[in-house]
Design a protein around this ligand. Structure first.
Ligand code: AKB
Length: 315
């Protein structure tokens, strides 16, 4: 059985990835770690405090639990990154560098998510290919591209089993995302339930790829379990399930909550970031090389999100 460490487990993805992994591999085989205490995660299995920038402390936990697979989820997101690029570079690159080195020294496999934020510059916005120009103009994107290249380098140079997907904006209902450009697509559901109205920070016609959390979790684990001999790419695979504009998601919410209204107060930094990203990724390489297939679409996700948020608010 694999022994897995999740770095940055208290965030939006980790708080759901840890229970998902514990279901598959057994609670005692999945060590959740974060820079601060997370009661929900520590109540259900092993938990350790790790500062991802403290290489010795990180390595000691990997030794203690005889870890052989790491999911490195530590990152400041795109909008927060622009507020403090130096901090974003230090954290995002520092966590990656320590993860790569520990994976090399201790023979661990390593998953580090990339993002639609890795794209930028002049590239095809529609059906964005797996391999194309990647010249992002956010520090988040620059770190993601550097991360993809470094992860491939560690694979070819040192034989480290590094794998990664380019996550779209992830929509979820356990832990709120913080500081991302795609966060509006989560907030809209909370506001639809809470107040029946939402003020959107992104222009009405800007398309971005999005994905419901259950598909995102399955993608990460399916890639980590994929037969390595079938992988022509490693870092990172385009994956996609849905692409929409604010108008289109508002319409989907309105199909469930007819009185829902939305207006706009466009935030220029977020809007510019959103416009620099793909409209819709081509994920055919992931489909061909490891059988990726999404299960959720906008309407099924909207029904599920609204029900989950209502349950949360009733508590
Ligand atoms: C962000 O908006 O920064 C993230 C991402 C798309 O990587 N959700």
């Amino acid at each position: 059985m694999k022994r897995i460490l999740v770095l940055g487990a208290g965030g939006q993805i980790g708080s759901e990835l840890v229970p998902y992994l514990r279901e598959i591999y057994g609670a005692s085989n999945v060590v959740a770690t974060d820079v601060k205490q997370c009661d929900a995660l520590s109540a259900a299995g092993p938990f350790e405090i790790i500062d991802a920038l403290d290489a010795d402390g990180y390595a000691a936990v990997v030794d203690k639990y005889k870890i052989d697979a790491i999911y490195n989820l530590v990152a400041l997101l795109s909008a927060t990154g622009e507020k403090n690029p130096q901090l974003a570079m230090r954290i995002n690159m520092g966590a990656l560098q320590n993860s790569l080195e520990i994976a090399r020294e201790k023979g661990c496999s390593l998953f580090t998510p990339s993002s639609i934020g890795a794209f930028g510059g002049e590239f095809p916005r529609d059906n964005t290919p797996q391999d194309t120009v990647m010249q992002p103009n956010t520090i988040y994107g620059v770190c993601k591209v550097a991360g993809e290249l470094l992860s491939n380098y560690y694979h070819t140079r040192f034989g480290v089993d590094t794998r990664s997907v380019r996550f779209p904006g992830i929509i979820s209902n356990v832990t709120l995302p913080g500081g991302g450009t795609t966060d509006y697509a989560v907030e809209i559901y909370y506001e639809a339930v809470r107040t029946g109205r939402f003020t959107c920070p992104i222009s009405h016609d800007v398309y971005m790829d999005m994905m419901y959390m259950p598909d995102a979790l399955r993608a990460a684990v399916e890639l980590m379990e994929a037969d390595p001999s079938k992988l022509k790419h490693r870092n990172s695979f385009n994956i996609a399930s849905m692409s929409f504009t604010p108008e289109i998601i508002a319409e989907a919410v309105r199909r469930q909550v007819p009185s829902f209204t939305m207006d706009y107060d466009v935030e220029p930094v977020k809007d510019a970031i959103a416009r620099s990203w793909p409209n819709k990724l081509d994920d055919s390489c992931a489909r061909e090389e490891w059988g990726w297939k999404p299960q959720w679409d906008l309407d099924s996700m909207t029904r599920d999100m609204l029900a989950a948020v209502r349950r949360k608010m009733d508590k």
